[in-house]
Each structure stands twice: as C-alpha cells, then as structure tokens.
Design a binder for this molecule. Sequence first.
Ligand SMILES: N[C@@H](CCC(=O)N[C@@H](CS)C(=O)NCC(=O)O)C(=O)O
Ligand SMILES: [Fe+2]
Length: 370
Amino acid sequence: MQPIQLFDPASSTYTYVLFDERTRDALIIDPVDDQLERDLSVLRQYGLKLQWTVETHAHADHITSAGHLAEHAGAKTAAPQGCGITTAALQLAHGDVLRFGDQTLTALHTPGHTSGSMSFTWNSHVFTGDTLLIGGCGRTDFQSGSAQALYHSITHVLFALPDTTTVWPGHDYQGRTHSSIGIEKSSNARIAGKSEAEFVAIMEALNLPRPKRMDEAVPANLTSGVRHDADGVGSNAVKAASGYAGDVSAALAFAWWQSGDAVLVDVRTDAEREWVGFVPGAVALAWKQWPGMAMNPDFDAGLQAAVPAGKKAVLLCRSGVRSVAAAKRATELGLEAYNILEGFEGDPDAQAHRGVKGGWRMRGLPWRQG
Ligand SMILES: N[C@@H](CCC(=O)N[C@@H](CS)C(=O)NCC(=O)O)C(=O)O
Ligand SMILES: [Fe+2]
C-alpha cells in the first residue's frame, strides 16, 4: 500500500496520510496550516479516523496544522522529543512505535537538519523529513543543525535501510515525488561517494537565504501551530529592562536559540544542573558572585569565547535572579544580552504549555535529573 502524498505549493512541502485499510485509522505526517481544509476533506473522502499527527521536526518555512487537526479531527499530536514542541502530547524517542489500526510507524532519530529531526519507517517506506531530500538533503545552517550529524544520520541510519525502501521526502523544489534508498545511495549529488569532510564542505558552501517565514514559523511550530497567548503578542515581546537588552520569555529565548540568532548561556552551577536538570546544548558558565567579589574573570572569558559577534546572548538561571546580574555583566562586556524570565524552574508561558511548569525541562529534552 502507498501513502497518500499531498503537496503545499507555497512551501513545496509534502504531507503524507497513511491509513489502515481495514480499520480506517490514519496518521498524518507534516501537515501544513494553509492546507487544513484540504486535509480534512481528504480524511472525509477516504472515511478515515485520524489518530495521530506527526512532525519530522520544528519547521522553519511553514506552520504546522497539528494543533488544529487535534481540535478538528480529534488526533493526538506526536513530535520528536528533541524539537522543543512542548504542546505535543507524545514526545517521540528513537525506536518509538506509533500504532494506527494494525499498522505501525517507527521513529528514527536522524539529527542534522535540526538536532531533534526524525525520520519514520512504515513497511517498505521511509519518510525522511528534511534529513534526506531527492538528490539532496536539508540545510544545516540554523536551528542547531550540524552537517556532521546529518552525514552520520544519512549514511548510518537511512542508508542502513534496504535499498528497495521508498524514500518520501519532506520537500521537493523541482516536482519530484519519491525516490529509493538505493537510488540516493548511488546518485545523491551531495552525499553519494562523498567523505564526511567533503560533505561538510559542500554544506558550508551552500549560503542559502533564510526561509522567508522563519521568524513566524519556528515559534508557532513549537506550540503545534496554535497560539495560546490571548493578546497575540505576549510571549513573543521583549520587555524593556535597565542595564541590559531586555527580559524575554522562555518561548522567545528558545526560538532565538533554535534559529541560530542567540547563544543560550546557562549560568547555574554544575551541582545545580546535576540536581535539577540540564538543557542539552546550552553553554554552561556558572555565575558566581558573593559579597566582596568584584570580578568574575572565568565568566567574562567564557562568555566572550562562547558568543560570536552578531549573536545575542540569552541567560538562564534557576529562578531568573542571577541571570539578571549576568545579563548586566554581559552588557558591560559589549554583548546584546537578555535575561530569561523565571529561569529554568518557572515558565512564564506555563499557560501556553497547558499548565506545565519548568518549560526548559520540556524544551531541553532529553534532560535528566541527577
Ligand atoms: N525559499 C524557502 C526556503 C527553503 C529552505 O531553506 N528549505 C529548507 C527546508 S526547511 C532546506 O533545507 N532546503 C534545502 C535546500 O534548499 O537545498 C523559503 O523561503 O521558505
Ligand atoms: Fe525544515
């Protein structure tokens, strides 16, 4: 059986509907908000019960309709656990299996386009999101992308599938619909026959323009495409502060970090992180200051080394007090520095995240408690 392949021309995104022919239970991969009506009518036309919406990653070029499909069609939302999509009901780990009727979809962690990105296998099909495209691959220059990780994901995870596996990509910009693992192994222009170093050089030389809708799409996708803040601004506004660039919500800081505009600096001590939980990928630089201590040379040097010119520094502590002092110091050092309100323990967007406190735990998945 083949998946139903649907196309959004504005973003060249492919959406896939898979279903169990006997029970009519269905699942949708990477649905697009502008296509909500079309997708609901496809479900009606085939007589399907939508059990799951599944994201391959937090998209930068379009907004998902997952939240709306949950509301309109009663689906449960699933997303890769490393993508910070806090509203997804199921946070998927590598090897997790989603059931719809007698059918199963299996999650494969394939980082590179973004650090949380996943691909999914279904019988002899693989849905590769933006990890592997036909003749190409997703870019690796934002959202915690990594060309090295992508090389490994494609050559070790996807190319380990049988050559006959059908490849269904997340996008195609030239109207091609599908491919196979065997074809991509032998002819993919970016990776076939290339060493890791050659692949990294190709990716570094791409110099692609930013997706046009990136600033709007990434924050929206982190809440399944549904805005929860009543005034429509709330969590995405910088609040004025004195002595540093401003106070920001966890949601805005996370979006900046994911889009590569900011470096996330965790100023808690190692002991605290062990005890309370980590934010994987954050720069760990303890802010230590006690009476009589005028200078903190380790912090200063570490900060200057960690934040490249032109990037913002967003500072995170446990409760949002030390991060204010650290943001002021970072400003004195010439950086554009922001304090994250309420720190790791709180989450000013708790309401947006359906009452979950400690949003950084959710966003920083996988985290661990010491
Ligand atoms: N021009 C598109 C951006 C397209 C884009 O950057 N697509 C991403 C996927 S989200 C990509 O990885 N493209 C790979 C490529 O173009 O080679 C837009 O403005 O939305
Ligand atoms: Fe993408």
